[in-house]
Design a protein around this ligand. Structure first.
Ligand code: XMP
Length: 387
């Protein structure tokens, strides 16, 4: 018998293994080798194989597992046929039981929710985990959208748990870990157990697996490829209907399912949500501040059609002046990226008038903000998120 907590710890250790600070590899050590594997990829592979061995699974099984994923490119994808096939697969995996999933409102989890609903109707239990780190109005917007599809979404208020886990943590990687543990162990793990669901539907896509195994980005939803058996670790089976697709493929399926462009065309948003946009401690007050700034940046830059844009709250404060008085206030950094796949990116050349407007709105509408900067550094050496 494995306790859930200890299994999650094993899972998290294996996930954290190939990564350095920020869940990313040391870039200096990232030069590709002649065999095509970067040192981090090799490390990731070795650690996942070691984890397999620890669980009595052979290397061949592991290889088979990875080989079993056949990529479907967006241009070759027949979205309707794909939907029918996945609906059939979900039905046969769940039988007459129930399945459960967490909906964040991003394109992947939204697509999985609709696939699951088509397959199972009310036998799919969908939860929105309110971790307190989401953007403004997110829970209401998502519940309302899915109501149109007759999909009931239960909002679970877990803010206290997440903020308690984040309290006093300033290190980026520790923040990510606190969120992952809180989600899988304290919040979602308990919900799955209470619901008696045997199957968890999850929106993992092929890029999540590639990046995790290669050590580029830690993805909290990848287990099997790192040698972790979710059935043993969490007591439930994980079904990943989108695992053969990349983002462009998922967008096609989402559109074919009837989701609106606000969902299928939505820009990426990190799993750790706004805590990735706060340098230093992600306290409720600091998250509130960055949330307000995010809403303004998203409104102002929506028409740019850039790959991703964001507001970041700095840890340091600076001296400003307001109404003739000194104000030791907050700094917001705006980032807006042009990119194809997030592996490299360049700052969008925004018109100066737009930057000017952002500075005016952020300093007048977000209490305490006295400084606004625009990032002009490409990735690399910058990364897209600041944490
Ligand atoms: P970076 O900051 O690594 O970001 O250049 C590249 C892309 O990945 C997203 N990102 C994350 N997504 N969990 C996620 O699910 C994370 O911890 C995370 N960190 C960065 C980021 O928003 C960008 O699209």
């Amino acid at each position: 018998m494995h306790s859930l907590a200890s299994e999650v710890e094993v899972a998290l250790k294996a996930l954290a293994g190939p990564f350095s600070d920020r869940g990313r590899v040391d870039r200096a050590a990232e030069r590709p080798r002649r065999d095509g594997l970067s040192p981090a990829a090799e490390r990731g592979k070795q650690e996942s194989l070691a984890a397999d061995a620890g669980r009595g699974r052979s290397d061949e099984e592991k290889e088979e597992n990875q080989m079993a994923i056949r990529e479907i490119r967006a241009r070759d994808l027949n979205a309707r046929a794909f939907i029918e096939e996945k609906v059939r697969e979900i039905r046969s995996a769940v039988g007459d039981g129930i399945a459960i999933n967490a909906l964040s409102g991003g394109v992947d989890s939204s697509t999985v929710t609709l696939l699951g609903h088509r397959a199972l109707g009310r036998r799919l239990k969908t939860y929105f985990i309110q971790n307190g780190l989401m953007r403004e109005g997110e829970a209401e917007r998502i519940v309302a959208l899915f109501r149109k599809f007759r999909v009931p979404v239960e909002v679970v208020d877990a803010q206290t748990k997440f903020f308690r886990a984040l309290k006093g943590i300033t290190d980026p990687e520790e923040k990510r870990e606190a969120i992952t543990q809180t989600f899988y162990r304290d919040v979602f793990g308990r919900l799955v157990k209470a619901s008696k669901a045997k199957v968890l539907l999850q929106g993992t896509i092929l890029t999540d697996i590639d990046e995790t195994v290669a050590g580029i980005k830690r993805q909290h939803n990848v287990f099997e490829q790192l040698g972790i058996d979710p059935q043993k670790a969490f007591g439930y089976k994980i079904l990943e209907p989108l695992v053969q697709l990349r983002k462009d493929g998922v967008r096609k399926v989402a559109k074919a399912l009837g989701l609106p462009e606000t969902v299928y065309g939505r820009m990426p948003f990190p799993g750790p949500a706004l805590s990735a946009r706060v340098i230093g401690e992600a306290s409720p007050a600091r998250i509130r501040l960055v949330r307000q700034a995010t809403a303004i940046v998203e409104q102002e830059l929506a028409k740019t059609r850039a790959f991703q844009y964001m507001a970041i709250l700095h840890e340091d404060r600076v001296t400003g002046i307001r109404d003739g008085r000194r104000e030791f206030g907050f700094q917001i950094e705006v980032r807006c990226w042009d990119s194809v796949d997030a592996r490299t990116a360049t700052p969008t050349r925004l018109p100066y008038a737009k930057l000017d407007r952002l500075a005016r709105r952020l300093t007048s509408e977000v209490p305490g903000v006295v400084s606004v900067t625009y990032n002009i550094t490409p990735k690399p050496p910058s990364t897209m998120e600041a944490v």
